[in-house]
Structure formats: C-alpha cells, structure tokens
Unconditional design. Sequence first.
Length: 152
Amino acid sequence: MDREAVIGGLKNIIGDYLQARNIDLVDFIYRYEGKDLALRILADNPEGGISLGECACLNRDISRLLDEQDIIQERYTLEVSSPGLDRPLKTKSDFLRCSNKKVRFFFGEPVNGKFELEGIINKVGDDTVFIDIANQTVEAPLAKIRKAKQVL
C-alpha cells in the first residue's frame, strides 16, 4: 500500500472510532522522525478539554484497533494527546467554537493584501470566516487559511 493510501485508511479508521465516542480528531500526523515512524493524534472533546486518563485510554484502544486492522506494516510509535490551549483551528466547527474571540490567521495567499491578520471572528460561513479588524470586517476564505490559532 502506498503512503497516501495508508494515511487515508488510518484517518478513516481513527476518525470513525473517535466520532463514535463523540471525540474530535483535531490533527493527525504520520511522519518519519529519523528512521522511526511516528503517528500522532490530537483529540479533544467537542466542548473542549480532554484528560490525560482519556488520552491514555484512547491510545490503548486505538493501538489495539490498528493492530487488528494491520494497516501499518512496520513498527511505529503512537501518541494520543490533547491539542492544548493553542489548538490549531482548521475546520468550520473550529472557527465557530472561536466566535467572538481573537484569532491570528496565516494565509497561503494574501487576504486584504496581507499574509497574516489578527482579529475577532464575528461570523463563520460555509467557506468563509468573517474577521473584525479595527471595526472593519475582512472576509477570509477557508481555502486560503494555512494556519490559525486563538490568541490567548
């Protein structure tokens, strides 16, 4: 199986498992660190906050599930953790959760002539985030957002 097929299969298996337990898959990292394969999963409760004990249980259960599915043919390290307070914002639901909060945006191409903006999210559409910056609303297409984090 090629790398993209393995990653797609893992995301589906892990995403379905977490969704059935009402846990959000925040991020999924599959990469080699030196010669070792690392699989990192950032998970969170939709209301926010996941305990160390919950992460340990998820780690055990996902490890067992991956062993049963036998999708990874080599040794790997699995880590399940909380995204922390500076959780990356990626999906529409992430931005909705941060409505009326200050967020820093980094874009792949300019929005309003800038690659980086900071402001308050005042509305989230299907494919656009509306940001209040100095009493002016800027429309940021989700497709242009490379990275975003809540300013704490």
